[in-house]
Design a protein around this ligand. Sequence first.
Ligand code: IPM
Ligand code: MG
Length: 388
Amino acid sequence: MTEIEIKNAVKSFELLIKEQSDRSDEIKQQGGFIDYSKLDKIIVGVCGGDGIGPIITKEAARVLKYMLGDDTAAGRVEFRFIDGLTIENRAAANTAIPNDVLEEIKACHVILKGPTTTPQAGDPWPNIESANVAMRKALDLFANLRPVKVPSEGIDWTFFRENTEGAYAVGSKGINVTDDLAVDFVVTTTEGTRRIASLAYDYARRNSKGKVSIVTKANVIKTTDGKFLRICKEIGSEYPDIVTDEWYIDIMTAKLIDQKRRRDFKVFVLPNLYGDIITDEAAEFQGGVGTAGSANIGKRYAMFEAIHGSAPRMIREGRGKYADPCSMLRATVMLLSHIGRQKEAERLERALDICMFEEKKLVITGRSDGCECGEFGDYVMETVKSIL
Ligand code: IPM
Ligand code: MG
């Protein structure tokens, strides 16, 4: 390694540190959460995304428009369809979210977003940052809530995945120091951890969950995970009514398949990457990632999406029309609840439970032996209408 290579790496590192320090200061200056009940009008943006995104988002948007029909007619809610968030546009602008699209998004309060394609080295696309990750950062959506429920197994979990830090904070800004040496970075801030932990504990208290499990790998990733664990425990000590337990990610991954133990878990709080991985595992018990939605919550904005990607393989194999809209419909439940439309949220959740777990008149398999996405959308719509 040459002196110049070391100097260049240090320079890049210095920039990262400055950026992250500024971000940490900005978090400290933030006020409280937006109060939707005080707004004259809530603006709901809908982005279809890539791959199966537009197909499954269409069904969710249809149901959402129906459920907010009265609000829309009375001018209390406005829908805006934003179609610029495509991989083609992002590649042409060589950026994760083109500026004009980001402006449109920022003019909304909440976003219903279909999955977007995340390029990786070797793809036909430039290796730009994931649009999900960029949006979470640009709108400071620091909490990723991912519920997973399998009533017949007694599973009722809510994951609070930290959404702007950890391995993702500068995930697209690692340093290739030389051809032989690459370095990535993990970031944990005090305020960034306090706010996700507080949200998880508040949720546990409000919903009488009784227990919060903190998941890290603090025995090995001592500095950043160690800090995350310590701060979560500090916040936990302010909630004496809630039991806190702590786990390492490897054993937690195993415990989720332990049928005797897993029903004891309720609320999880964990750094970004572990949250990413374990929520795919958790969703598998519920019927796969196609059934799981996620809420990305910040103080000013919120974005609701599927937990999965844009499934380019399904599109390549001509199976797009068999995609499962349930992930986006579950995200829609969370959107309704988030903007204070709790009755509508419960009605849609009930309809989804009937269609997915109880009545199951139509079944989605992702292939031609199952029903089509649009047919399932019709089924959910009919069921919603039958519940008053
Ligand atoms: C998720 C997805 C994203 C993530 C990808 C698409 C960048 O896997 O929302 O879990 O890693 O966060
Ligand atoms: Mg994921």
